[in-house]
Design a protein around this ligand. Structure first.
Ligand code: FES
Length: 104
């Protein structure tokens, strides 16, 4: 599936994300700026924070993810997710995620 990563400045990078990997890993593999993923996908750093406004079905936010999102440097919104907790599946083809980055 192809996932588009959009930066706060509007720049976009389209990434071919393999099914079964995390959205975070796909981003890191493609050198998408702003996805630091310091903890390597353990839901312990919040540096993989993204906003997903597309209302297609995503897995629910776990308690771990919920707690960590409160620590993200960019503002948390109702669209905030940790990209390391999103496992790529075919339904994500065409999904656009907004990289939260460092925030204001
Ligand atoms: Fe650290 Fe996602 S990579 S929380």
């Amino acid at each position: 599936p192809t996932i588009t990563f959009r930066q706060p400045d509007g720049a976009e990078l389209r990434v071919d994300a393999p099914v079964g990997t995390s959205v975070m890993k796909s981003a890191v593999g493609a050198d998408v700026p702003g996805i630091l993923a310091e903890c390597g996908g353990q839901a312990m750093c919040a540096t993989c924070h993204v906003y997903v406004t597309d209302d297609r079905a995503l897995p629910p936010v776990s308690d771990e993810e919920d707690e960590m999102l409160d620590c993200a440097s960019a503002p948390r919104t109702g669209h905030s997710r940790l990209s390391c907790q999103l496992v790529v599946d075919e339904d994500m083809d065409g999904l656009t995620v907004l990289v939260a980055g460092e925030g204001p």
